[in-house]
Design a protein. Structure first.
Length: 98
């Protein structure tokens, strides 16, 4: 099945696609174990996501997304679901009217 797409709640830009390289069940199990949707490096859209030196994970537009909490498998981005519950916009660079 196709990965689920997670969009910035402020801009509509695509930030994460999961699962990639693992099953849906593995994605859900890991996310439930940590209490946050947990993404791996290959599930991050690096065009729009940045990790600050302190581990805070943000969008290029400044939306606080969560934190990088590495584990034995590598980087693990624990992301607040509210931050990635946006809807896609046709032109991700366009501003949405409120």
């Amino acid at each position: 099945s196709e990965p689920i797409k997670f969009y910035d709640s402020n801009t509509g830009k695509l930030l994460f696609e999961a699962p990639k390289g693992r099953s849906f069940e593995e994605f859900v199990k890991e996310s439930r174990a940590h209490g946050w949707p947990s993404f791996r490096d290959n599930e991050v859209n690096w065009d729009y996501v940045r990790v600050l030196p302190n581990g805070e994970t943000i969008s290029v537009d400044g939306t606080h997304l969560g934190h990088n909490l590495p584990d034995g498998k590598g980087s693990r981005y624990c992301i607040n679901l509210v931050s990635v519950a946006g809807n896609p916009v046709e032109d991700a660079g366009a501003t949405q009217e409120l």
